[in-house]
Design a protein around this ligand. Sequence first.
Ligand code: C5P
Length: 401
Amino acid sequence: MSCKARLLLGITGSVAVYKVCELIRLFRKEDIEIIPVMTPDSKRFISPLLIESLAQNRVYSDMFDESGGAFYHIMLSRGVNLILIAPATANTIAKIASGMADNLLTSAVLASEAPVLIAPAMNVKMFENRITQQNIDRLSGLKRFSFIMPESGELACGDVGAGRLADIQDIFDASMPYLLDNKLLSGKKVLVSAGPTREFMDPVRFLSNPSSGKMGYELARVARWLGAEVTLVTGPVSIKPPYGVRVINVVSAEEMKTAILNAKGRYDLLVMNAAVSDWRFDKRHTQKIKRNGSSLSLLFRENPDIISLASKSRKFGFIVGFAAETENLNDNAADKMKRKNIDAIVVNDISRGDIGFGQDYNEGRILFRDKTVVNIEKSGKRDMALRLFSEIAKRQKWVKT
Ligand code: C5P
């Protein structure tokens, strides 16, 4: 995904600073221009050379750098989409809260109108101190500032409690809505289903499929980046849900049906990406079934077709299904779209091993109700999600021009 965005990344003197390397890598992967601004103390923890190399941009730090002149702080913060301060010390937060401008970073914050996202990292006593909390409250009360709060756990100093820098992927995900200027789904409510379902035959055995949830999770992530309010209904997977998304965990198709049809309110879009089991066992044995030297016959019952029920419910403005096919891709998918009475279907060929189930890449085509077909060449699942939302937003005239 390529976005023409500028990020001013403020780096302050916390031991968590080593984690910023990974954060820079995530932003660079999306082609985001990074302007690293380091406080003097942060340079004692990490070499500006390392930051410079990863960010592919020079590090700014000195208020009175000879080449920049006296208006450096103003120049730096001009035209940035977001100022992200990660990690942010109690000291820097306190300075910003009281309007101080004693180094290049605090001056740039004061001299700019760009939104500021702050990821605090500090000792638990410092974080829980009333003074720090009051500073955070003060800034949170201003529209321009938001926080991605630290996690609880073991801290570098050995103490245990809140103060550990938020997860790097979460900081990245929290930043992206500010950096994508095409707010395609702004104000829209989107429900995404993801992952497999499990149909248990007894307490230890189940019927399922190899869905990893990667495509559905990328759909939920990107929908949020694009400004949507996202609910993710997910079957059991081993990946972490994206930041800022409401998650409803389910196991069976029946539970998924209830979660989707009973989700509060009306949704502009349902993206039914889950690989729902078409059958369940007629009976779920309460005790583990024991072998007895002969064969075992079990009866399957059809599961409800959730997407068809969703279509009948009129709860969703636009409904997209996914069709994992092994043959006659277009015909099977078109038939499914008609049968299920949905607005579009994304079809992919699961007979290929390099795309789809469990893979990082996908390829396919989107068939729309009006018979138009959009081919999506092999791309990362994130790019595929963006492409799908762009096509839908265009058709639904959600894109503001
Ligand atoms: O018919 P098939 O299972 O291939 O259809 C796939 C589409 O239908 C997917 O969007 C899937 O999430 C949805 N589906 C469903 N309920 C089922 C089975 C599939 O909503 N029981």
